[in-house]
Design a protein. Structure first.
Length: 624
């Protein structure tokens, strides 16, 4: 059961908007932002300003840093532009002519953008506030005087343009002046390359209505309260130690206890689901990754190889080639298939420091990886079995709402059309048999095969990409895998990659934020804390704790010596699911005065009654 949240479902639902219209609106907001910045700070150079999932940003080159006061001034200027209801006009331009204009404007980043537009593509720019015909440019600048008179309006407005392919809204007045906000400023390298100049990125959010903006801001505030980095520190679950280089996770005792619970559950569910478990190395000869194709497609995300006895070895970025080698170790019969092999395998990937983010983006993480080697006519059944197992595991962790994507063949891929069609049809049939609605992501598949991606919706309505199921006919081909068919011939197996958590670290971070640290009893690192009123009750409390520990419960006694009120407040801050006060009366009556974080005071209970309630909550995976 998911913990209670303060954000109402009505607010979550109000965030649903027309995606295409939102993209135009947010892209237009980015242009209005850039126009406002150059109106207020004319020395600023502009770069790019795309829309995002929740708004927009624009990168600027300016010597002085933008301050919070600057953002307020920029917002006010943007509202003036919006309320002026200025037109946005698209113009086709000649490459040579626009180059001359940009050089006159001294906008070096725009010149680089122009140079990167393929020769066979049209070049367009969008004006804000210019009438038709366009006014002559007296003194060139992106915000160029003299001001132009907007038709059918009695106001004087500047004329601003930006190189852009669009699309945009027709007029700035289509943006609601109370449905956008500037949020923050961050550093960003030009084109994401730290060898390029560092820019200032202004982030904003924009919505169709003020109600949607307020719902988003409320969700954002709730997300800040649930931030796994903050809660991980407060609850002493994990840390990211910069002394170790950054991007590497240190699991503290409480977090490690939770991780063990998750891993034990995962292993049990897989063994029950017909899987066998594997353990494979963390390093292998670099040639393995060249054979698999990962070196060709993922080399930018791989750490540099290391020389060992004149051979190059590579930290593994993926587990799958090791499972392939295990299959290849001996010849298999069709009677053995499907083979289902699962591993909690730690992988290492190079991520730039600028994209590292708590547990969500790290350099070393554990994938709950599994691979199924099967016959072609077994693919649909096996994919359906994976969908069922995925549903079981995610629901046991409190996630019951999903968004499902079917990703098809990308432009850069391997394999014959007939095999892609077979694999894609198998995924479609499995989804149809499961009865799940899904969205087709054309061209979103892996280079080696189509896939199903499952995004889970958390307690405040956010979607997280976790589970994936991928059909692969590339690795069996590259590694020349076979099985002996019923006619004695050697045939190629189909390989299914799948992960349910995706990354154990990332899934743990999602869990922390989903429950806001208020974990259900079965997952809580400390399930029950006993609070002795004085030293006279400590022996009884220690005895109860020992009895419960022997029955497998995670129990501790508050050894601080603090007054009872302080002990209770500490347990609240640490989000202990159940606390039990032990005073003179409890010792005399051999009971505990029990309080649950979810249900409040439960009164005086015997140890046996506490065990009964805890056992039920653990089985049902709820709070007490």
């Amino acid at each position: 059961m998911v913990a209670q949240v303060s954000l109402p479902q009505s607010a979550i639902r109000s965030l649903a908007c027309d995606a295409a219209h939102l993209a135009r609106l947010r892209h237009t907001c980015a242009h209005v932002l850039a126009m406002a910045v150059q109106a207020l700070f004319s020395e600023t150079k502009v770069t790019i300003g795309p829309c995002t999932d929740t708004g927009f940003y624009y990168d600027f080159d300016r010597a002085a840093p933008f301050t919070p006061d600057d953002l307020q001034r920029i917002e006010a200027e943007m509202r003036r532009t919006i309320q002026a209801d200025l037109p946005l006009i698209r113009e086709m331009v000649d490459r040579d002519d626009i180059r001359v204009e940009i050089e006159q404007l001294n906008e070096p980043y725009k010149l680089q953008i122009l140079d990167n537009i393929p020769a066979d593509e049209p070049i367009t720019r969008y004006y804000i506030g210019c009438p038709d015909p366009l006014p002559a440019i007296a003194e060139p600048s992106l915000l160029n005087p003299p001001p132009a008179i907007v038709p059918d309006a009695n106001i004087v407005t500047p004329c601003w343009w930006d190189l852009c392919a669009g699309p945009h809204l027709n007029r700035t007045g289509e943006i609601h002046p109370d449905a956008f906000a500037l949020e923050s400023v961050a550093g960003a390298y030009w084109r994401g390359d730290e060898t390029n100049p560092q820019l200032q990125r202004i982030y904003g959010t924009a919505w169709e209505t003020p109600e949607q903006l307020q719902a988003y801001l409320k969700q954002k505030e709730e997300a800040k309260r649930r931030d796994h980095r903050k809660l991980g520190q407060e609850l002493d679950l994990f840390s990211i130690q910069e002394a170790a280089g950054g991007g590497l996770v240190f699991w503290h005792p409480k977090g490690a206890r939770m991780r063990q619970l998750i891993e034990d559950y995962w292993r049990s569910a897989h063994l029950s689901g017909g899987y066998d478990l594997l353990y494979t190395p963390h390093i292998a000869n670099l040639d393995l990754w060249k054979t698999s194709g990962h070196f060709e497609f993922y080399r930018d995300n791989m750490f540099d190889s290391m020389a060992i006895e004149a051979q190059q070895y590579q930290l593994r970025p993926m587990n799958c080639p090791f499972h392939v080698l295990t299959y290849q170790n001996r010849l298999h019969s069709y009677r053995e298939l499907p083979l289902r092999w699962a591993e909690l395998g730690t992988v290492y990937r190079y991520e730039r420091s600028g994209v590292l983010h708590g547990l969500m983006r790290v350099r070393g993480f554990t994938q709950d990886d599994a691979h199924v080697f099967c016959l072609p006519d077994q693919v649909t059944d096996e994919v359906l079995a994976v969908l069922n197992l995925t549903e079981q595991i995610l629901s046991d962790f409190g996630f019951t709402q999903y968004e499902v994507n079917l990703s098809t063949r990308p432009a850069k891929s391997v394999g014959a059309d007939a095999v892609w069609d077979l694999a894609t049809n198998a995924l479609v049939q499995a989804l149809d048999r499961k009865g799940w609605d899904y969205v087709t992501d054309e061209g979103g598949g892996a280079f080696y095969g189509p896939k199903i991606d499952i995004k889970i919706r958390d307690a405040i309505g956010r979607l997280w990409q976790c589970s994936t199921i991928q059909v692969d006919f590339n690795l069996p081909e590259r590694f020349d895998l076979h099985y002996v068919a019923d006619d004695g011939s050697r045939q190629r197996p189909i390989m299914i990659h799948r992960a349910i958590f995706g990354s154990l670290e990332r899934f743990f971070g999602i869990l922390v934020e989903n429950y806001a640290g208020d974990f259900p009893l079965w997952l809580a690192p400390v399930q029950l804390r006993l609070l002795p009123v004085s030293d006279g009750q400590r022996d009884y409390a220690n005895g109860v704790a020992q009895t419960l520990k022997q029955q497998g419960y995670r129990v501790e006694v508050d050894a601080s010596g603090n007054r009872l009120g302080k002990q209770i407040r500490t347990a609240e801050l640490e989000k202990i699911p159940v606390v039990a006060v032990v005073g003179k009366r409890e010792v005399e009556q051999q009971t505990l005065s029990v309080r649950s974080r979810q249900d409040g005071e439960l009164g005086a209970l015997t140890v046996a009654e506490v065990v009964e309630k805890m056992q039920l909550a653990v089985v049902e995976r709820t709070l007490l």
